[in-house]
Design a protein around this ligand. Structure first.
Ligand SMILES: Nc1nc2c(ncn2[C@@H]2O[C@H](COP(=O)(O)OP(=O)(O)O)[C@@H](O)[C@H]2O)c(=O)[nH]1
Ligand SMILES: [Mg+2]
Length: 233
C-alpha cells in the first residue's frame, strides 16, 4: 500500500530537512510538502531532498492560505495518485518520525483513522510548552469533544493518519474550517460516518526554531466551528 506523509509548511527552514529525513528513515513512504510562500529557504531544502531521494514532492502556493486548505490540497493530490494511507504531520519537528510505525500497526489492526494523542490516560506528553499554551490546548479539547460528543483524548492533534476510504467518504468538498478547527472537523466527520478510530500515545515537542502560526483568529474559528458542526450549519 502506498503511503503519503503530508507536511504543511510556512517558513520551517530550521526543521523541515530533519523532519523529512526522519520520516523516510522510519517509513517506506512518499512525502508531500505543501508550502505557503515561505521566504526562508524551506523550499530549497525540500527541492534538494526531492532530487536526492526521489520520494519527496512539493506543492507551492502563492500565499499563506491556511492549514486546512493545505491539507485538502495534499489529500486531493494523493487521491489522484493512488495512495492508500495519508499521514498529517507538522513541519516544525514537533511530531517525530519514530512514531510512524506505531500508527501503521494500528491501521493493520483494522482501524481507519489513527490519531497521535498527547493526552491519553490523563497524561500530558508535551515537552516545552508554557502553561498558557497547555491550558489553551486542554481547554480546546475538552470544550470541543463535549460539544461534539467525541470520545477521544486529543481531537486537535495534527499527527494522525487516514485510510484512503476515509478521505473518499467524508466529502472533502464540504470541509469548512481552515485553521486548527480543520483537525476537529475531519475527526468529527470520520466519526459520524462510522469509521473506526484509534488513538495512540505520542510525545509532542514544542518547536525549537521558526515561529508558531497560532493566532486569535484560529482559536475563534475553532470555537465557532464546533457549534456549526453540532448544529449542522
Ligand atoms: N502551508 C501552510 N502551512 C501552515 C499554515 N499554518 C501553519 N502551517 C504549518 O503547520 C504546522 C503547524 O503549525 P504551527 O505554527 O507549528 O502550529 P503550532 O504547533 O500549533 O504552534 C507547521 O508545519 C506550520 O508551518 C498555513 O497557512 N499554510
Ligand atoms: Mg508547531
Amino acid at each position: 500500500m502506498r503511503i503519503l506523509v503530508a507536511i504543511p509548511t510556512c517558513n520551517e527552514a530550521a526543521s523541515i530537512g530533519r523532519v523529512i529525513e526522519e520520516v523516510l528513515e522510519n517509513l517506506d513512504c512518499h512525502v508531500l510538502v505543501v508550502d505557503d510562500a515561505s521566504t526562508d529557504g524551506t523550499v530549497d531544502i525540500v527541492k534538494e531532498l526531492s532530487e536526492r531521494t526521489g520520494k519527496v514532492f512539493l506543492l507551492q502556493r502563492k500565499a499563506k492560505l491556511g492549514l486546512g486548505t493545505a491539507y485538502l490540497a495534499a489529500f486531493r493530490w494523493g487521491l489522484d495518485r493512488d495512495y492508500g494511507v495519508f499521514f498529517e504531520m507538522d513541519g516544525d519537528h514537533s511530531h517525530r518520525g519514530e512514531f510512524l510505525p506505531k500508527f501503521m500497526e494500528k491501521l493493520e489492526e483494522g482501524y481507519d483513522v489513527v490519531v497521535g494523542s498527547r493526552y491519553m490516560k490523563g497524561m500530558v506528553n508535551v515537552v516545552n510548552w508554557d502553561f498558557k499554551r497547555l491550558l489553551l490546548s486542554k481547554f480546546a479539547n475538552i470544550y470541543a469533544s463535549k460539544i461534539l460528543g467525541l470520545p477521544f483524548s486529543d481531537i486537535t492533534s495534527g499527527f494522525r493518519c487516514y485510510r484512503r476510504e476515509v478521505l473518499e467518504g467524508v466529502c472533502l468538498d464540504k470541509i469548512n474550517s481552515n485553521g486548527y478547527a480543520f483537525q476537529i472537523e475531519m475527526l468529527y466527520r470520520a466519526y459520524k460516518k462510522g469509521f473506526k478510530i484509534a488513538e495512540i500515545p505520542i510525545i509532542f515537542y514544542e518547536r525549537e526554531g521558526g515561529s508558531s502560526k497560532m493566532s486569535k483568529e484560529i482559536v475563534k474559528e475553532a470555537a465557532l466551528m464546533v457549534w456549526k458542526l453540532r448544529l449542522g450549519i
